[in-house]
Write a protein that binds this ligand. Sequence first.
Ligand code: CUA
Length: 262
Amino acid sequence: MNLFMFAAAAWVFNGTLFADSPVAWQLGFQDSATPIMEGIVNLHHDITFFLALILTMVTWMLYRTLYFFNETKNPIPSKNNHGTLIEIIWTILPSLVLLLIAIPSFALLYAMDEVIDPALTVKAIGHQWYWTYEYSDYNTSDTDSLVFDSYMVPEDELTQGQLRLLEVDNRVLVPANTHVRFITTSADVLHSWAVPSLGVKMDACPGRLNQSDVFIKREGVYYGQCSEICGVNHAFMPIVIQAVSLDEYVSWVSNKIEMERA
Ligand code: CUA
């Protein structure tokens, strides 16, 4: 029933209802909110096309071999053990397929690596087992940046509408339609900062900074989880990114600074 209602709602609100968190029985990706995630989805579809082609071809060849060349149908085996033409074909063809996959794949890889003039930098620091966020562009005192911790909301404290194992006490707000640079690092062990709808899965390594450019195209709440086994509470350090309008972001960040100063 829930699934039916979701499908009905998806049909009614077609184009305005997005899945930025996992849904029950989900098979595909969560909806994309950044150009990079759109690229990842497209690349996946491209590769799936080749997958279908190769699967069909191999299954067909296997069927032909088993059907026509078994002991009863073909009692005298062929003495052939070479075929130059067929060997050239089955070497060149797969390499062409690999080339057709490699070109869009490398284009995407280099696009992901590019960080162009970000308007804002957010540093996500992994801890066992929560995330700390540092807005290095703002100061709360002469020496400190705006920093806060983000813990999962435990199951017995959830309110109506909050997602189990995904909601946090302190969400990360960023403006939509803005180039935001996310930097990840860790204070203890390896973690991984991953938000599917944003197309980000970045390792958080102690003593190292990894960066990624995120341009969120629409306002919304995006859920993610730590994606590197980091200890017993690995499953309980989710990530929540909320993309808002610039006005809303400015008032949120000034409130946050005032709170930290007090
Ligand atoms: Cu942190 Cu897994």
